[in-house]
Design a protein around this ligand. Structure first.
Ligand SMILES: [Zn+2]
Length: 360
């Protein structure tokens, strides 16, 4: 068997497994007893309860359940949607589910972001209520001693300040030019910042918000690079703070420009492309665009233009495999991307609007 046939057989086995997972959940729904199920499958009671929750979600989430049955998403991704919609009522859950018809093409990370965005959209008040409760109940800073004179310091925080802190640490570390390892630089600037001898490096974190949400006409979630969707109320609150860079979007939900006084083309163009695409363009890669190179889809040498439609972010790894010609990449005018692997499989990614398009 050649490698292409092997790859096809791997995929066929995966599809069969997913279809069987769906069939098993249908049966488990009939069984309806976690203790019986735990003994039957030799799994912990908690795992048996989760399977029953998943079984009950098949009817609650018909679109994603159908994708599982047809082998187009796996049980892990079905669980992502179930877990993130469990606090919604049946009608809201169905509305989120209806927006996930494209889930077959998304990785777990992309599915999480899109599900969160839809949850914010169908239940903005509930999303904010749960967020406030989580900040109150789950926020914590921990300390654990580790071997070799080290310790693990953890912080479970509101995602927005957490991201700002992380971006600040990254920017500080990037400003250091010496032979310390990357991790050591990050740790050193973290210590400097915490103990009060930090250097004045400031970062700009992007908040994307539609004009209608900004003035309170709609409750569409905003989007923060590196964090994902945030409820409309939080987005408005952040937009009122001066140190955030605001990105407004047009009627189809794509960014129209970057709120900045200076206009210096290629840098402004690069910024626009980063904001528009948000992450690395390789399918499934969630590396934030701020940590990516902006590169031509069609190479400059082969006639590619230096315009937004031919530019996009690539992380170091994907930039490398593309540049050496191992993987081929094309970008269509509407932003649809095709990634061709060495075995000849083509993966297509479609541009995702940052905000809901206006109704026609
Ligand atoms: Zn990448």
């Amino acid at each position: 068997m050649g490698k292409v046939e092997i790859a096809r057989a791997v995929l066929a086995a995966e599809v069969a497994k997913r279809t069987l997972d769906h069939a098993q959940l249908r049966l488990i729904a009939e069984l309806d007893d976690p203790h019986e199920l735990a003994l039957l499958l030799r799994i912990p009671l908690g795992a048996a309860r989760r399977k029953l929750d998943q079984a009950a979600a098949l009817d609650r989430l018909p679109v994603v359940a159908g994708l599982l049955r047809d082998g187009l998403v796996d049980l892990d991704r079905f669980e992502v949607v179930r877990k993130r919609t469990e606090n919604l009522d049946a009608e809201q859950a169905r509305a989120v589910d209806a927006g996930l018809t494209g889930a077959a093409e998304w990785t777990t990370q992309e599915l999480k972001a899109e599900t969160d965005r839809l949850v914010c959209l169908v239940d903005p008040e509930g999303a904010q209520r749960r967020h406030v409760r989580a900040v109150r109940k789950s926020s914590q800073v921990g300390y654990r001693s580790m071997p070799d004179g080290m310790a693990l310091l953890t912080a479970y925080l509101d995602a927005v300040p957490a991201r700002v802190i992380f971006d600040q640490i990254t920017a500080d570390a990037e400003s250091l030019d010496d032979d310390r390892s990357w991790g050591e630089k990050q740790a050193d600037v973290f210590i400097d910042r915490m103990l009060g001898s930090g250097r004045p490096v400031t970062v700009h974190t992007d908040l994307t918000i539609s004009a209608k949400t900004l003035i309170g006409l709609t409750e569409e979630p905003g989007y923060i690079s590196g964090v994902g969707p945030v409820e409309a109320a939080t987005a408005r609150e952040i937009a009122a703070q001066g140190d955030w860079r605001k990105v407004l979007v047009d009627e189809v939900g794509m960014p129209v420009g970057v709120g900045r006084k200076r206009y210096r083309p290629p840098e402004a163009l690069k910024e626009f492309v980063r904001v528009r695409d948000r992450v690395c363009q390789a399918p499934g890669c969630m590396r934030p665009a701020a940590r990516c190179e902006i590169d031509h889809a069609r190479g400059f040498a082969s006639g590619g233009v230096t315009e937004a439609r031919n530019l996009g972010p690539f992380c170091e790894v994907h930039h490398y495999v593309k540049t050496i010609g191992l993987y081929r990449f094309t970008r269509e005018l509407d932003g649809t991307r095709h990634w061709t692997t060495p075995l000849g499989f083509v993966y297509t990614t479609r541009p995702k609007p940052i905000a809901e398009p206006d109704p026609p």
